[in-house]
Write a protein that binds this ligand. Structure first.
Ligand code: FES
Length: 103
């Protein structure tokens, strides 16, 4: 799996849970929504400080805890301003390990 890095074990993120990891200085939050995993840049691109791990989920959309902009976990799209679309990462599970694609 070229460019994939292991970030967690499945047992660490049960359905409905989330976990933040830091890789090469980049904070990334992994969500488990009904046993499908999604990975998104944790730092809200609006003011570049708010952690999306503390946001509220609504379906596949995570709401920033600061000003409430929403980001789609599948596409990274921001519902308010497309210039604030953020980075999402491809996720793969092999055995009990969760990998995300970097770069
Ligand atoms: S910092 Fe996230 S919406 Fe403003």
């Amino acid at each position: 799996m070229k460019n994939y890095s292991i970030v967690a074990e499945t047992g660490e993120i049960p359905s409905g849970e989330r976990k933040r990891v830091e890789i090469n200085g980049q904070r990334i939050t992994i969500f488990n929504i009904e046993n499908t995993y999604y990975a998104i840049n944790d730092t809200c691109p609006h003011k570049k400080t708010a952690p999306l791990i503390r946001g509220k989920l609504d379906g596949l959309s995570i709401k920033c805890p600061n000003h409430g902009y929403r980001f789609d976990l599948k596409t990274g799209e921001c519902n308010i301003d497309s210039t604030l679309n953020t980075k999402i990462y491809a996720v793969k599970v092999e055995g009990n390990s969760i990998f995300i694609k970097l770069g």
